[in-house]
Design a protein around this ligand. Structure first.
Ligand SMILES: *Cc1c(COP(=O)(O)O)cnc(C)c1O
Ligand SMILES: [Zn+2]
Length: 410
C-alpha cells in the first residue's frame, strides 16, 4: 500500500500519475512525491517504527513505494556519534556526527538508490542507470546487481580510482565521459529521453530524492525523537539538503516529533560553490560554475536543486560556507584525528565549513548540532595521501624501535 497520492509539480501544483516522470508539462517545474499525511498520521507511530528492522524501510509510510518488496542491502540506520573532542575544539557543546560511511557501498547514495531501484522494479524497468559524480555509480552498480537489473553508469572520466573500482566490481556498463558532471548529466538526459531506462537521478528523481529524507528521520529518532537545532549538510545537486529539511517537517506534521526551528547550513567546496556564493551575495538564484575542486563528489556546477537549497537555507534561517582544497584536506584529518572517522573529500568540506561556521558564530555553541558525513575516505585516498606522516621502516628489534622513537616527531 502506498501513501503517495501523486507526483506533484513544486511550482504550479499540477498532479501527475506515479510514473517515471520528473518535469511538469505546463511550467517545467520539478515533480515531487505528494503524500496523504492525514492517513500517515494515523498509521505511523513511534512504536511501529521501532518494532521494524534497523534500516531505511522502518519509515516506509514516508517513502514513495507501493509494495513491501524492497531492493535492499540493509542501508541506513547509520551511527549518530557524539563528537565531544571535535566539539571542544570548535566550541560546540552538543556536536554529533551522522556517519553515513557505514552504508553498504559506503556513502549516503545507498539510501536514494534503494528507494529508486525499488520503485524501478515496481514500474517494470529492466535497466537501472545514473549520471554520477562517483558514489552514485557505486550504489547503482551494486543495487542494480542486487535487483538483477541491467546497469549503466555514466561518470566524468577523471574520477578517483577508488570510485571507479567501487563501481566496476559490480560489473556495470561503465561509461567514462570526457567532460565534467554537468556534461555527463546533459548526455544522460538525452539518453533517458530515448532509451526506456530508469535513470535514478533523472526520470526517477522524484522517488530517488525522497530516500534522502531517511537521514533526517534517523537523526531525530537517534536524538530521542527530536530534531536537531542546526545541521551542516554538504551540497552537490542540493537535493540532500532540501530533503533533510522536508523529512524533518514531515515528522513534525505527522506528530512523530514536536515543533522545532531547525537551521540548515550548506557546505560546498570553494572550487564549486554556486549555492554558497549566491547565499553570500544575498541573491535567490545561483550562477552555474565550472567546477575545479578535489571534492569531486560535490562537483556539480549547475545544481538541479540549487534554487530550492537556497530557499531552504533562507526559510530555515540557516547559512552556507565554502572550503578550499587545503581546508578540505585539513577537515578530513581533523575529523579522523579527533573522532576516528575517515571521511571522503565531501566530509572534509562539511567539517571545514562546520569549523568556519563555528568560528564566525553563525552556529549557536550550545545548540544540538549535527554534521552529515556522507561518504568514506577509503574511496578518495589520493586526496590525503601526500599530506600524512611518512612511514618509517625499522629492523625487527627493540633497539631499532627505541632509536626510532628518539627521532619521532611527536
Ligand atoms: C552525492 C553526494 C552528496 C550530495 O548530494 P546532493 O543530494 O546531490 O546534494 C554529498 N556527499 C556525498 C559523498 C555525495 O556522494
Ligand atoms: Zn508545473
Amino acid at each position: 500500500m502506498s501513501y503517495v497520492k501523486a507526483l506533484k509539480c513544486r511550482e504550479c501544483g499540477q498532479e501527475y500519475e506515479k510514473a517515471a516522470k520528473y518535469v511538469c508539462e505546463f511550467c517545467f517545474g520539478p515533480l515531487e512525491a505528494a503524500y496523504d499525511y492525514d492517513k500517515i498520521k494515523k498509521d505511523m507511530t513511534r512504536e511501529k517504527i521501532t518494532s521494524r528492522p534497523l534500516n531505511i524501510w522502518r519509515y516506509r509510510e514516508l517513502l514513495p513505494v507501493e509494495g513491501d518488496k524492497y531492493n535492499t542491502l540493509q542501508e541506513g540506520y547509520t551511527p549518530l556519534i557524539r563528537a565531544d573532542h571535535l566539539g571542544a575544539l570548535l566550541g560546540l557543546k552538543n556536536l554529533y556526527i551522522k556517519n553515513d560511511c557505514a552504508n553498504p557501498t559506503h556513502s549516503f547514495k545507498d539510501r536514494v538508490v534503494a528507494v529508486a531501484s525499488t520503485r524501478a522494479l515496481e514500474l517494470g524497468f529492466d535497466t537501472l542507470a545514473c549520471a554520477s559524480t562517483g558514489n552514485l555509480a557505486n550504489a547503482v552498480a551494486a543495487y542494480g546487481a542486487r535487483a538483477g537489473l541491467k546497469r549503466y553508469v555514466f561518470i566524468p572520466s577523471d574520477l578517483e580510482k577508488g570510485k571507479i573500482i567501487g563501481a566496476l566490481v559490480y560489473d556495470p556498463n561503465l561509461i567514462a565521459v570526457n567532460g565534467n558532471y554537468d556534461d555527463v548529466n546533459r548526455l544522460c538526459s538525452e539518453i533517458a529521453g530515448k532509451y526506456k531506462w530508469a535513470f535514478v537521478n533523472i526520470n526517477m528523481r522524484p522517488y530517488y530524492a525522497e530516500g534522502s529524507k531517511t537521514l533526517a528521520f534517523e537523526t531525530a529518532e537517534q536524538l530521542g525523537w527530536q530534531a536537531p537545532d542546526q545541521v551542516v549538510v554538504p551540497v552537490a545537486s542540493g537535493s540532500l539538503l532540501t530533503k533533510i529539511w522536508k523529512g524533518t517537517q514531515e515528522m513534525i506534521k505527522v506528530g512523530l516529533i514536536s515543533q522545532k526551528k531547525m537551521r540548515v547550513f550548506g557546505a560546498q567546496a570553494a572550487g564549486c560553490s554556486p549555492v554558497t556564493t549566491a547565499y553570500k551575495a544575498k541573491v535567490d538564484t545561483f550562477r552555474p560554475v565550472k567546477p575545479n575542486t578535489i571534492a569531486k563528489s560535490l562537483a556539480i556546477g549547475n545544481p538541479a536543486d540549487g534554487y530550492y537549497a537556497l530557499k531552504t537555507i533562507a526559510e530555515s534561517n540557516g547559512g552556507a560556507e565554502m572550503a578550499t582544497d587545503l581546508e578540505i584536506i585539513e577537515g578530513i584529518k581533523l575529523l579522523a584525528q579527533t573522532e576516528g572517522i575517515f571521511a571522503e573529500t565531501a566530509g572534509g568540506v562539511t567539517i571545514a565549513c562546520l569549523k568556519k561556521l563555528a568560528e564566525s558564530h553563525a552556529l549557536d555553541p550550545d545548540a544540538v548540532t549535527v554534521a552529515y558525513i556522507t561518504g568514506t575516505g577509503l574511496k578518495t585516498q589520493e586526496a590525503v595521501a601526500d599530506h600524512l606522516r611518512e612511514v618509517k621502516v625499522i629492523q625487527p628489534n627493540l633497539e631499532a624501535f627505541e632509536a626510532s622513537q628518539l627521532t619521532a616527531v611527536s
